[in-house]
Design a protein around this ligand. Structure first.
Ligand code: PLP
Length: 843
């Protein structure tokens, strides 16, 4: 029989246990083992199955609850845990200590299409969502007053299964938000708050708002599955990254515009300070800037240009895509369809909206371009990705060299308390403040190689158990009978070098690079003295047939009875599996086509557990590889033929595995410990440990983005937006006068042309009526190659000596062929960089 409707009945807790609910509904338990221990102690066996405190409260029989309600010891532990949570939620932390009084923002809203906090809240597909979850957790630990915002999907992302012949199968189990650690946001009347956005044809899209508590950080999730909506609108938040462009734009309008409205309402109802800074994590939620423009126009009656300055000041945009094909775009007609009747954003002309998303193709609306035009601060997610992004978006700042394009980088990080095995934290102490980075290095904590090696084996052993469990389940699901599966007890060996490779399956990640030469791979796996075992996992986007074929190739390879003991494919990669892989693998493999991996974070999680990375120098590994913390697979960067490139890079991979990685792992001392290996593990923990933390990343965002943004916002909004008006006036003046600014009669004079000696650069400049305070006149000296492009340039501001005559002296920075030029740039106190307006006049 099928139910016609589902509903969830909440557990009724005996009064003395009432405090458990707060512990179970705050997701801090996901990174706080003592809270998990408390719930496990209610019924160990049961907790191992449900793994989630909230489901635990539903599942524990009432007789046991009564018993616990009378158990003084349990009640004391529960009280202590509640008090500890209360302290965590209210005490002063890093942000209050460091930025309590310096004009730092009192609220920051963080927008993302997905959030991966824990598998108990399956609202993510992969890297982007898990990063967003880690961002919120680290913000919570640091005391940063952040609010997360995004959609809540009724079927999340798909769960992956396999057919008998290795083809990916997708299913979408529907969630019941009432059974998740979520609470409906309700208004003064105790009714659920409904956020509204206008849809074409006079319709309205309604969304209720679920609140998750990620430690101190509220996460607001919008859900359109409500009675007030028409049938098709109920399905707006049905699933993540499913559906066509129309479906996507509805989701993004909801996330950006509806998300802003949800944040406003949440703050009114709870007293949380209204955010001053808005972080768009990837372009999808970019419409939020338009909603903020509408708010200011509504309240202060400013023009769109003036408002734009204020909106830009408070917006931070992070791009995650190094390939133009990965950028989110919509047909202009579609945007016109949603914005055209003026009901969605009253007071904002559609033409202004369309201009923000303009790109080379006049038929397309580009969300990344809008993100950049609506944000004064923008960044990529690793140093290399910052460079790639500056190149990719350079056209928006024509006239500037790539390295001056105002897109910086903040390298991603991962949340240590979530990803590090608790056994490792216990061994290494880990008692220093989570948010500090001045704790003792792991290698200085008096732990021996033997102890750490034993622990690594223990983690590998746990992975082996998990691998066997999952392989068995996968085979049963593919239709095998338990009788045929005896061999699974011999899958993997806790003493064999274990390599992990788990990721989504877009082409650039090259899931099957290791299959380039199957015989070589087989030889490595089955080596008598130094065998290797490999665990592979990954989901392909449901619409990506090519990706599914790659998975099938892997599955067919590992189905071979010769290979299956040493290599496995585990279906349904998610956080619950990932955790075992990052902790148990000795080597984390990553072989994307450089530079297509923006950052990558799984290798960081492995490193935090003492895993060694074996990776192409792409994303984070390009800046973090130092020669002794793992291995770099040489890249055939210049080679255009992808097959040839795969061949060279896979050969390098086999060589490294067979000639360096395996020999080092199996080279043991008298106690069976691989000394050389362990020194690399210590070095990894010491040096990468602090660098790859999400707390480092969030501190960087606070100091280089959120705080500067908050002060620009304050300056722009002061005296009823006087600053924003003045910047907008200035922009208008620049637009008119700039074409007439001219530089003539440039000259460079030097006593001697020896490196370090002084030279004088001068030029006559017609400022076309602009004031001296409105421009920066610069002399630029640098090396030149064949093309006269300036490299390694040194820039000095020039002063006016007589009317129209500007000069500067500077020292010759390099030997060799040098060149110089003179340029004029805009200058205004509310500009974050001189390149911001994309205006420059060259001599
Ligand atoms: C960390 C993580 C990712 C991202 O890993 P990449 O290295 O960026 O591919 C994906 N999925 C899960 C479940 C993760 O925990």
């Amino acid at each position: 029989m099928r139910a016609i409707r589902r509903f969830t009945v909440r557990a009724s807790l005996p009064e003395p246990l009432a405090g458990l609910r707060a512990l179970a509904t705050n997701l801090r338990w996901t990174w706080h083992p003592p809270t998990r221990d408390l719930f496990a102690s209610m019924d160990d066996e049961l907790f191992r199955r449900v793994r989630d405190p909230l489901r635990m409260l539903l599942a524990v029989p009432s007789a046991r609850l009564e018993e616990l309600a009378a158990d003084e010891d349990f009640l004391a532990r529960a009280r202590a845990a509640t008090e500890d949570l209360e302290r965590y939620l209210t005490e002063e932390r890093w942000y209050q200590e460091q930025h309590g009084a310096d004009g730092a923002p009192r609220g920051i809203a963080y927008f993302c299409m997905e959030f991966g906090v824990h598998e108990a809240l399956p609202n993510y597909s992969g890297g982007l969502g898990v990063l967003a979850g880690d961002h919120l957790k680290a913000a919570s630990d640091l005391g940063v007053p952040m609010i997360g915002v995004g959609p809540l999907y009724r079927a999340g992302y798909f769960r992956q299964g396999l057919s008998l012949d290795g083809w990916q199968l997708e299913h979408y189990p529907v969630i019941d938000p009432n059974a998740l650690p979520l609470e409906l946001l309700t208004g003064e009347d105790d009714k659920p708050v409904l956020v509204q956005v206008a849809m074409p044809g006079g319709r309205t899209l309604h969304a209720q708002v679920w609140q998750a508590r990620v430690g101190r950080v509220p996460l607001l999730l919008l859900d359109t599955d409500v009675d007030e909506n028409d049938e098709d609108l109920r399905r707006v938040t049905d699933r993540l990254y499913g559906g066509d462009a129309d479906h996507r734009i509805r989701q993004e309008i909801l996330a950006g515009i509806g998300g802003m409205r949800a944040v406003r309402r949440y703050c009114e109802l709870t007293g949380h300070p209204q955010p001053e800074v808005f972080h768009t994590n990837e372009g999808h939620a970019g419409f939020l800037g338009l909603e903020r423009a509408r708010e200011i126009i509504d309240e202060h009656g400013l023009g769109f240009d003036e408002v734009l300055s204020a909106v830009r000041a408070g917006t931070v945009f992070t791009t995650h895509t190094p390939v133009p094909a990965g950028i989110d775009r919509f047909p202009v007609d579609l945007v016109q369809h949603y914005f055209g009747d003026g009901r969605l954003l009253p007071g904002i002309e559609t033409q202004r909206v369309l201009a923000l998303g303009a790109e080379d193709n006049p038929g397309m609306f580009n969300m990344a371009h809008m993100g950049l035009r609506l944000a004064q601060r923008a960044n990529g997610v690793s140093q290399l990705h910052g460079r790639v992004s500056r190149r990719m978006f350079a056209r928006l700042w024509s006239g500037f060299d790539e390295d001056e394009v105002p897109i910086t980088s903040v390298t991603n990080g991962v949340h240590g308390p979530t990803w590090v095995a608790r056994e490792l934290t216990a061994l290494l102490g880990g008692k220093h403040k989570e948010w500090g980075h001045k704790g003792q290095l792991p290698s200085q904590q008096g732990v021996s190689d033997e102890e750490l090696w034993a622990l690594r084996r223990d983690l590998r052993q746990k992975l082996v158990v998990e691998v066997r469990r999952r392989v068995r389940d996968a085979w049963l699901q593919r239709g095998a009978s338990a009788l045929e599966l005896g061999w699974i007890n011999t899958v993997f060996d806790p003493d064999v070098l274990t390599v992990g490779f788990a990721r989504r399956v877009p082409t650039y990640k090259r899931l099957t690079l290791m299959l380039r030469d199957p015989e070589r791979l087989k030889a490595l796996l089955l080596d008598e003295d130094r065998p290797i075992q490999i665990v592979v996992a990954g989901k392909s986007h449901p619409a990506d047939e090519g990706g599914k074929q790659l998975i099938q190739q892997i599955v067919r390879f590992v189905d071979d009875p010769d290979v299956r003991r040493r290599m496995v494919f585990l279906p349904d990669y998610d956080m619950s599996m990932a955790r075992y892989l990052y902790r148990g693998c000795d080597v984390w493999l990553n072989n994307p086509t450089r530079p297509l991996e923006a950052c990558g974070t799984s290798g960081m999680k492995s490193a935090l557990n003492g895993g060694l990375n074996l990776s192409i120098r792409d994303g984070w590994w390009d800046e973090c590889y130092d020669g002794s913390n793992g291995w770099a697979i040489p890249t055939a960067d210049g080679i255009r033929d992808p097959l040839r490139r795969d061949e060279l890079e896979s050969a390098a991979l086999y060589d490294l595995l067979g000639q360096q990685v395996a020999p080092l792992f199996y080279d043991r001392d008298g106690n069976g410990v691989p000394q050389g290996w362990m020194s690399m593990v210590w070095h990894t923990l010491d040096t990468l440990g602090p660098r790859v933390q999400a707390s480092r990343m969030v501190r960087e965002y606070v100091e280089t983005c959120y705080c500067p943004a908050a002060s620009t916002v304050a300056a722009a909004a002061k005296d009823s937006y006087e600053g924003a008006r003045s910047l907008s006036e200035y922009r208008k003046r620049i637009d008119v006068l700039w074409p007439q600014v001219k530089i003539f009669d440039t000259d460079l004079t030097a006593e001697s042309l020896v490196v370090g000696s002084e030279v004088r650069v001068q030029a006559r400049i017609d400022l076309a009526g602009l004031d001296l305070s409105e421009v920066d006149v610069q002399a630029v000296v640098g090396s030149v190659g064949d093309s006269d492009e300036l490299h390694n340039a040194v820039t000095v501001s020039m002063q006016q000596e007589q009317i129209g005559l500007f000069a500067a002296t500077l020292r010759l920075p390099h030997a060799g062929s040098l060149g110089y030029t003179v340029r004029v740039l805009p200058k205004h106190s509310l500009l974050a960089t001189p390149a911001e307006l994309g205006k420059v006049v060259h001599a």
